[in-house]
Design a protein around this ligand. Structure first.
Ligand code: SF4
Length: 425
């Protein structure tokens, strides 16, 4: 048993809904917290046979707002995981917390139980902007929470900040970056605001108060340059860390490694299978309690889909991709992909160094478009070089189409009957 895996626990409770948020999180459901905690523990217990084959080396409590859920419940869930799975003593154990929403005593409780990393949603350095976003904290509370965390013994702290906010100009963004570095966080995540349908901010999607694409690009490049000067290495499109403080858990997602999620809407990737649970808190609780199916979506990934994910996910990171590595894992050539990467290099969007291709910061900014083109090139090469009548085996032929979906046939779900999402509603 030496296979490593990460565990994600979704905590879908928040004090109130932020104006830009499209995560699965709910306000006003506090009465369900205790029963949800019991449901997660029961679900983990049911999975003990599956967890038995793995060593758990990262655990991540995300949300929602885990700190609002309360330290005692978080500790109970972590203890259940330690009881029913093999959690390494030096695992990275992260909790997302919101400033002002947790006391020094609770942070100490988390630290003593084995939590060793905090991800703090600071978002920006301007109290008025925070209020407009629907955040319930002030920047002074963010400073105090970081101070409490240090006093509780946390030496691995990440802060989240957002650029492209309504009325945010470059000066306001530089103040946010200055604040994040002054907090001496080991890790900083910089996200560009996306106005998503269904959020409160959506009605302002065409507002002149929102920084345009050029202004957002300036802010992003300013962050990359400034954070580098402060010793933060960019290791992913939106993530920067002091040496040795990269998020081990999030790297699992980007490097195509395995993880299991618990909670409504949580995703998992195990073996060749991707699956997710029903994104409905009450249904999740009810079904877990009654021993019913909670899987809403599942698919078995083909080799060719995995090869596409290799390109898509690794190019998000400073790790980048390598022709030899790609061939040794997937037995596929990437000539068409390389042609495009060479073209990107002439534009300053990609670079080749030490046998690997990576995007530059300018390439990261365009990554959605560039990765789309690279995936098309990969599909073109596959279909042109390996015509169906030239495929050496039936399995190879079945992999000629990117995103070819096949139903999952596996015993991954703790004896639960596996059905399609149409059977669940
Ligand atoms: S605290 Fe986080 S998860 Fe909750 S509503 Fe705000 S952005 Fe969404």
């Amino acid at each position: 048993m030496d296979k490593r895996i990460g565990i994600y626990i979704h905590i879908p409770f928040c004090v109130s809904k932020c104006a830009y948020c499209n995560f699965y999180s709910l306000a006003g459901n506090d009465k369900l917290m205790q029963v949800y905690s019991s449901a997660i523990i029961k679900h983990i217990e049911e999975y003990s046979a599956q967890l038995d084959g793995f060593i758990i080396d990262t655990v991540y409590f995300g949300g929602g707002t885990p700190s609002y859920f309360g330290a005692s419940r978080l500790v109970s869930i972590l203890n259940a995981l330690k009881k029913h799975g093999h959690v390494l003593l030096d695992s990275e154990v992260t909790a997302e917390i919101n400033p002002g929403g947790i006391t020094k005593e609770e942070l100490t409780k988390l630290k003593r139980a084995g939590f060793n990393r905090l991800s703090i949603g600071v978002q920006c350095a301007d109290d008025k902007m925070l209020k407009n976003l629907g955040r319930t904290h002030t920047i002074a509370e963010a400073e105090q929470t970081v101070s409490f965390a240090r006093q509780a013994g946390f030496d691995n702290i990440s802060v989240d900040i957002i650029y492209g906010l309504p009325s945010q100009n470059k000066e306001a963004w530089s103040e946010t970056i200055a604040k994040a570095t002054a907090l001496k966080a080991e890790h900083i995540s910089c996200y560009g605001l996306k106005i998503e349908e269904g959020t409160q901010l959506y009605i302002f999607k065409d507002s002149p108060f929102l920084p345009d694409d050029d202004a957002q690009a300036d802010m992003y490049l300013y962050a990359v340059e400034t954070l580098a000067r402060f010793g933060y290495r960019q290791y992913e499109i939106s993530n920067f860390a002091k040496k040795g403080y990269e998020s081990k858990h999030n790297l699992k997602y980007w490097l195509g490694q395995e993880y299991i999620g618990f909670g409504p809407g949580a995703h998992s990737y195990v073996g060749r299978c991707r699956y997710s649970f029903i994104e409905d808190l009450e249904k999740y609780i009810d079904r877990v309690s009654l021993g019913q199916v909670v899987v809403e979506y599942s698919e078995e990934m083909s080799d060719f889909e995995n090869a596409g994910e290799y390109l898509m996910l690794r190019l998000r990171t400073a790790h980048g991709i390598s022709e030899q590595e790609y061939y040794s894992i997937y037995r596929l050539k990437m000539d068409y992909v390389l042609e495009l990467l060479k073209k990107y290099e002439t534009h300053g969007w990609a670079q080749y160094k030490d046998g690997r291709w990576r995007f530059t910061p300018k390439g990261f900014m365009l990554s959605t478009t560039l990765i789309g083109e690279l995936l098309e090139a990969q599909t073109r090469q596959r279909t042109q070089i390996s015509k169906p009548w030239q495929a050496e085996s039936a399995e190879e032929e079945s992999q000629l189409t990117l995103f070819n979906k096949r139903p999952l046939q596996s015993g991954l779900f703790g004896g639960r009957r596996l059905v399609g999402s149409q059977d669940l509603v």
